[in-house]
Design a protein. Structure first.
Length: 195
């Protein structure tokens, strides 16, 4: 006779015992995050993964226009965004919460120029910063000091991200969107190493 461990009517004690075990499990594993904060962090995980997917798409575009150094920069950015998503993912679990992954949209795949690519990056990073700030505001409202400490890392990271992209946009404004100076910038950005 086989036992279906997923069924509440298994041969290990019936529905009542399974319900009691589940109640005990839930009692021991109560989330230390408010429902609203947990949902906001789950949304942030989606945004980080979506950003990563977008940067990978930008990398593919840049490879197609022979900007392999900048394409490499975008791949490193992709990896960073995945690591941010996983940091949030792990944090929810550390606090006894539940991660629920949602579908992400297809990223843009065509751009007008290298400048256009980085303008999209800057816009995305501003959006991510705004969302992280909102999650932090929720943590403040909940008096969730542990979440505040965790989110401070992300806030500092976003300052660095936005500054980096602003610097690249300034450099593109100086050298233009084509020619030898752009190739030199491509080489420079191709030297980026993962953190």
């Amino acid at each position: 006779m086989s036992t279906n461990l997923c069924s509440p009517h298994n041969s290990l004690g019936g529905e009542h015992e399974a319900h009691d075990q589940y109640s005990l499990y839930k009692e021991r594993n109560m989330t230390m995050l408010s429902k609203q904060l947990q949902e906001a962090i789950n949304e942030q995980i989606k945004v980080e993964i979506s950003s990563a997917y977008g940067y990978l798409s930008m990398s593919a575009y840049l490879e197609s226009v022979s900007m392999s150094g900048i394409a490499h920069w975008m791949r490193v950015q992709h990896q960073e965004e995945i690591s941010h998503a996983l940091k949030f993912f792990d944090y929810v679990h550390e606090r006894g919460g539940r991660v629920v992954l949602e579908a992400i949209d297809r990223p843009l795949g065509d751009f007008k120029s290298v400048r256009d690519v980085f303008q999209h990056v800057a816009e995305n990073e501003r959006k991510v910063t705004m969302m992280i700030n909102k999650v932090y505001e929720m943590a403040l409202k909940d008096n969730d000091y542990a979440a505040q400490v965790e989110l401070q890392w992300f806030i500092k990271e976003q300052v660095e991200e936005e500054k980096s992209v602003a610097t690249i946009l300034d450099q593109i404004a100086l050298v233009g969107d084509q020619g030898v100076p752009l190739l030199m910038l491509d080489r420079q950005l191709g030297a980026r190493s993962p953190k």
